[in-house]
Design a protein around this ligand. Sequence first.
Ligand SMILES: Cc1cc2nc3c(=O)[nH]c(=O)nc-3n(C[C@H](O)[C@H](O)[C@H](O)COP(=O)(O)O)c2cc1C
Length: 159
Amino acid sequence: MLNVVLVTCVDKVGKANIIPIAWVMPTSFNPPKIAISVGLGRYSHKLIEETKEFVVNIPTADLLEKIKFCGSVSGKFLDKFKESGLTSQPAKKVKPPIIVECVAHLECKVSHQTTTGDHTIFVGDVVEAYTNKKIFDKILNLEKLKLVLHVGEDVFWTT
Ligand SMILES: Cc1cc2nc3c(=O)[nH]c(=O)nc-3n(C[C@H](O)[C@H](O)[C@H](O)COP(=O)(O)O)c2cc1C
């Protein structure tokens, strides 16, 4: 089961897109880095390659239908913020916006990329990271925080 995130990215004029990503992992503590694997044919692949920035937004299970919608259409043809009803807000250090409904945000600038087959791994320096404090009671509160786990095809689980 893979934890699903919603990655935001922008085109050259700043128009935002959203792509659900299950292939995501940390790759360094110091400096902090995170990697996402994006299919070569995805519109988001073109945007991240051009602008070298993305935001990893952490969604919760209540957003599942919006996640499935964003993962079933391409931002090449429509505005996923508008069509999904998700809310954008300017990020602190990068051009892609954050998704307000998500509980945590990692703003990233691409430091490395490598194409491994039909996907490219984009490694990002995490230049800002912040969260909605309501999910912490000193430690992460997994009673409140229902993460989205992808089992495969249309099957999902939660924490
Ligand atoms: C739960 C879920 C996980 C996904 N994980 C990935 C992933 O890790 N990498 C990827 O390239 N596409 C992944 N996808 C597929 C893309 O989200 C999907 O093709 C999307 O429509 C691409 O949008 P775009 O063309 O606007 O970039 C996933 C889809 C879903 C629903």
